[in-house]
Ligand binder design. Sequence first.
Ligand code: ACM
Length: 262
Amino acid sequence: MNKIGYIQFQPILGNLDANIKKIQALFPLGEKADLIVLPELASSGYNFATRDEALKCAEEITKSKFVEFIIASAKKQNQYIVAGMNEKDGDTLFNTGILVGPQGFIGKYQKIHLFLNEKDIFKPGEAGLPVFDIGFCKTSILICFDYIFPEVWRIVGMKGADIVCHASNLITTNAQKCIPAQAFMNKLFIVTANRYGTEGDITFGGNSFITNPDAQIIDQAVSDKDAVSVVDIDISEARNKFVTSRNHVFIDRIPSNYKDLI
Ligand code: ACM
């Protein structure tokens, strides 16, 4: 058995130090997790009025106080952590998810499908859809609105992801309807770590949740409070890709019929 979980909290817009403090207070509650997931843009908050406002609290990964803090926490708690951050790369901003472990920084994913005003602030991701081998499992990162696109789930599933870390700032509960289907169709675990609270005209929905490869939501948080949850999983459930004795979700694909997708 392994343990995976999420930390749900309410970041403060533009206040990196306050966000580190909030996360620091919650981390010990998730110390038993082998892999724990934080929301999208956990370093900075979400609803920037302008790109300049976002730029002011963005950080380069190699010089980032936030990344250093997450690495220090992963070492202290001997666990893997995925966290959303506001990444600066030269003059470009990305809505990024980092993966770190006891050994330090492992890799990143940059959000591909930007939602509403994010299109004025961030560039669509250029880091592809990596899958990382962290020993007890293979894992990948998706960010919030990415969930609408079945292609990305299929790609990370076919690259071997057992667990998808879905760092989110969700507004509606549509993800709760769609994500169990993706978990089932690709036979993997999904940890959706959402934030809660209001920033300007946007209220975020909390309700972070964990879905198993059988499409069951096995854990769900409340909508409007800090929440840390850790659940036991059997990773072998994500390695059986058969839905019947003669049907395998990847092997049964017939890509020659899918050319219209490209
Ligand atoms: C979203 O992609 N933050 C809704």
